[in-house]
Design a protein around this ligand. Structure first.
Ligand SMILES: Cc1ncc(COP(=O)(O)O)c(C=O)c1O
Ligand SMILES: [Zn+2]
Length: 439
């Protein structure tokens, strides 16, 4: 008997006792067959107040165990994920002041330091693997563009779970090493992400194996909602604006879930405006949004979206060509007062150079798309004077070494010392800023 939490079907209100019942019903509501459920905890909500105090020193996501859907602590699988630093980036604040005369507070959630795979997908991986352990499940199927794949493969291996990973044809090759090294199976599917999802579902069905439940899977949502707790702990507040690269939308859905869970306590204040960026070569949600906005959100606007088959993009990690989540994401963004827009994928390399120079960190292409959202939002006038901005920078360049090679810009091929010159690192600065001064 699970005394800690239960699920409630969002469609018909049916109550599901926990993962045992959920899994045995193939992750569908036994009553109406829908797959959207809310996780509800019996834990006293006031308990969170203590956990988000600035003097707390969490070691991982599991600091928030009381608000995660795992019954017993002995089943925790962890590598210290979920406490990646949230930093203030002065050089972004200076830029906003210099170019737009805005006084902003800019916080970056780095995630590149997350221990297992260096992405914000580690949180979901840790929770999913722990739940598998708790329920004695030994096989799992994941379909992902790359980052969820790597994270789940990693944590499932830790929990002794065989994880079959399906990625689309164009998924970055560096993910393979992260999956194959642990003896997890990688299936690179000839086709796009939507097609990979279909093949993975067929595999799961054929063998009767559990498969990841997509962007609204409680295993992902519940883990990712803890980022709001971390904002409170580190920043002492929630931001006015939340920026992230948008693929399926788990991140923003999870932020909303945290706000919803604690609304009676009014701990977090107002939901931040979601300013979400998609790479311009695969931006179906941005296109749908723009169309809806231009037509003043006509009846049924949220169901009107394009589907792009086999998108060719520089940032495959966030390329969801069939945006099945838009009917939920569109209304959420609207509720928040936010926007969905696209960013120029060709700016990912200049951005990674700038951040690499100013902060001495290596960011991946999907992160770059998210951070570019900051520049785009400023240009579009979507951030206002005095506001605080939180940028969820989801990944390191760990699994994008090809991208990193493109980012590097100082190599010279020489034969003798006569071919060399001394250099001053500072001389690069103006050149690196130029594309953004002209943005
Ligand atoms: C680094 C990074 N940023 C953003 C996203 C988009 O995540 P979502 O739209 O599911 O919140 C992903 C997911 O693939 C990612 O890996
Ligand atoms: Zn139902």
């Amino acid at each position: 008997m699970n005394n800690k939490f239960y699920f409630k079907c969002k469609t018909c209100g049916f109550e599901i006792e926990g993962f045992k019942e959920w899994f045995s019903n193939n992750q569908k509501c036994p009553e109406c067959g829908d797959n959207k459920i809310n996780t509800i905890y019996h834990t006293d909500k006031n308990k969170l107040i203590e956990l988000i105090q600035a003097n707390q020193k969490p070691e991982s996501l599991w600091h928030y165990f009381d608000f995660l859907p795992l019954e017993h602590k002995e089943n925790i699988v962890t590598e210290g994920e979920g406490v990646a630093p949230i930093e203030r980036w002065q050089f972004f604040e200076d830029y906003a002041k210099r170019k737009y005369n805005l006084n902003l507070e800019v916080f970056i959630n780095r995630n590149d330091k997350s221990f297992a795979t260096g992405t914000f997908k580690d949180k979901g991986g840790a929770l999913a693997a722990s739940v598998m352990k708790e329920h004695g499940i030994k096989e799992y199927v994941v379909v992902s563009t790359g980052n969820t794949a790597s994270a789940f493969a990693h944590y499932m291996a830790r929990a002794g779970v065989s994880c079959a990973v399906f990625v689309p044809e164009d998924s970055l090759p560096d993910s393979e090493a992260h999956i194959g090294t642990y003896g997890q199976k990688l299936f690179r599917v000839k086709g796009d992400y939507a097609y990979a999802k279909k093949v993975a579902a067929d595999y799961a069905k054929e063998h009767g194996i559990l498969i990841t439940g997509g962007n609204l899977d409680p295993l992902r949502l519940e883990a990712k909602k803890t980022q709001v707790f971390e904002m409170m702990r580190v920043m002492g507040k929630t931001p006015d604006v939340y920026i992230q690269a948008l693929s399926g939308g788990t991140g923003p859905f999870a932020v909303d879930k945290a706000f919803d869970d604690f609304k009676e306590l009014n701990l977090f204040g107002k939901l931040p405006r979601f300013l979400l960026s998609q790479g311009d070569r695969c931006a179906p949600m941005a296109h749908a949004w723009e169309n809806a906005k231009n037509n003043n959100y006509p009846n049924g606007w949220e169901k009107d979206y394009p589907i792009y088959e086999n998108p060719v993009t520089l940032i495959p990690t966030i390329a969801t060509g069939n945006p099945g989540m838009y009917p939920f994401m569109g209304p959420l963004v609207r509720k928040s007062g936010g926007e969905i827009f696209s960013v120029n994928e060709e700016m990912a390399v200049p951005l990674a150079r700038l951040v690499g120079f100013e902060r001495v960190i290596k960011i991946g292409p999907a992160s770059a798309a998210g951070v570019l959202g900051f520049f785009e939002a400023l240009k579009r006038g979507l951030i206002h004077n005095g506001e605080s901005v939180f940028i969820n920078m989801g990944e390191s360049a760990n699994r994008a070494l090809g991208f990193l090679q493109e980012v590097a810009y100082t190599t010279e091929h020489i034969r003798t010392v006569a071919d060399t010159k001394r250099f001053n690192r500072e001389d690069y600065r103006d050149k690196l800023w130029l594309p953004f001064e002209n943005y």
